[in-house]
Design a binder for this molecule. Structure first.
Ligand SMILES: [Zn+2]
Length: 85
């Protein structure tokens, strides 16, 4: 079984599909492993990007207030409407 000299293109196609499947599974596993990190501006340590406080120096990351974003979008819509109406 070591030397299968089959010229059937379907065999190669299936092998190619299996290769792609294995490759994508490996990619999924490898991409899942590295945790997203951010640098602490206080102690310059790589910490979890989701954490709001640095576990090393207890630096508190400033939270981006979501209402400011929504207010900006709202103002842009009002501004656009003033042109349309
Ligand atoms: Zn820190």
């Amino acid at each position: 079984m070591a030397k299968s000299l089959s010229k059937d293109p379907l065999v190669y196609f299936i092998k190619f599909l299996i290769y792609l499947k294995e490759k994508s599974e490996k990619n999924l596993k490898s991409s899942a492993l590295p945790v997203k990190t951010k640098e602490c501006p206080s102690c310059a340590m790589e910490i979890d990007s989701k954490s709001t406080t640095c576990p090393i120096c207890k630096y508190e990351f400033p939270k981006r207030a979501p209402w400011i974003t929504w207010m900006a979008i709202f103002l842009v819509i009002i501004w656009l409407l003033s042109y349309v109406l």
